[in-house]
Design a protein around this ligand. Structure first.
Ligand code: T3D
Length: 260
């Protein structure tokens, strides 16, 4: 892979993606979209990858769309880039059959906040902030933020942060349930890597099915979700990892999951 805006590092069953445009707080440009797309294709095609870790280089995580690249001419059809680049990226992440951990190392603004929220488990450094920056420049939250936010923090908080553009610090984000955990800055990389390694050793097919269940659950009624759980459980029950999990429990030994 020839990537210019993203580091892709493979360590065992974990693929770490590091956004690499620190001089502009890793804001999205067209090349970064292309690099993320190439990286996710590589991950989708490699069944030995069982967890993805996403983070940013430098003092920011991602400051959303590169406004220098957009310029005011990009406003002629501000939805076009969403349709072509952001929307497929967010959907792809939600459908990826392996967990994505996000280590938010600094500010996550605009579509950068959406990118973090599209991940499955989000850890953030205590100094990080989440900013629905869109309204500050006369735009509306996008890349999934209007979907993620009310589901995670409730309508009242979602509306307030979307309409004011006020920053939410990592501790507040964790308290609200916007993210999983806030950790000390010095501990972020280590904690995220440890979590990624742990998830990479869990039953990957079951985790893919869990992702599927949560995604569908956002729009299903209870009866439909119960039917879906039945089908997903049938599928999980056919995996070698489910056989291993139950055998290990009965034999009182730790399970050894292979991800299939
Ligand atoms: O048309 C479409 O594509 C629609 C899609 C829209 C999706 C979106 O994401 S819209 C929202 C875009 N993002 C923003 O509005 C956030 C803009 N950035 C900021 O408000 C601030 O940078 C932050 C609050 C995130 C951080 O502030 P601070 O003071 O810590 O850093 P800074 O000094 O503002 O930024 C450091 C550098 O990064 C600076 O460059 P310089 O002066 O050192 O040469 C700054 O210009 C650059 N930078 C930060 N964000 C962006 C950026 N450059 C281009 N695009 C950015 N989004």
């Amino acid at each position: 892979m020839n990537l210019t805006t993203l580091d892709y590092v493979r360590d065992g069953a974990v693929a770490t993606l590091t956004l690499q445009r620190p001089q502009v707080l890793n804001s999205f440009c067209a090349a970064m979209h292309a690099d993320l797309s190439a990286a996710f294709t590589a991950i989708e095609e490699d069944p030995t990858i069982r967890c993805v870790l996403l983070t940013g280089a430098g003092r920011g995580f991602c400051a959303g769309q590169d406004l220098g690249e957009t310029g005011t001419s990009g406003l002629a059809d501000a939805g076009e880039r969403l349709e072509r680049l952001y929307n497929p990226l967010i959907l792809r992440m939600r459908h990826l059959p392996v967990p994505i951990i996000c280590a938010v190392n600094g500010v996550a603004a605009g579509a950068g906040a959406s990118l973090a929220l599209a991940c499955d488990i989000v850890l953030a450094a205590r100094s990080a902030k989440f900013i629905q920056a869109f309204v500050r420049i006369g735009l509306v939250p996008d890349a999934g933020s209007t979907w993620f936010l009310p589901r995670l923090v409730g309508d009242a908080r979602a509306r307030a942060v979307a309409m004011t553009g006020d920053p939410v610090d990592a501790a507040q984000a964790a308290e609200w349930g916007l993210i999983w955990r806030c950790v000390d800055d010095a501990d972020l990389a280590g904690e995220a890597q440890a979590l990624a390694a742990r998830l990479a050793g869990l039953p990957t097919r079951a985790i893919a099915l869990i992702k599927q269940a949560f995604l569908a659950g956002a729009s299903n009624d209870l009866a439909a979700q119960l039917r879906l759980e039945r089908e997903l459980q049938r599928e999980a029950g056919t995996t070698a990892d489910a056989r291993e999990g139950i055998a290990a429990f009965v034999e009182k030994r730790p399970p050894s999951f292979r991800g299939r």
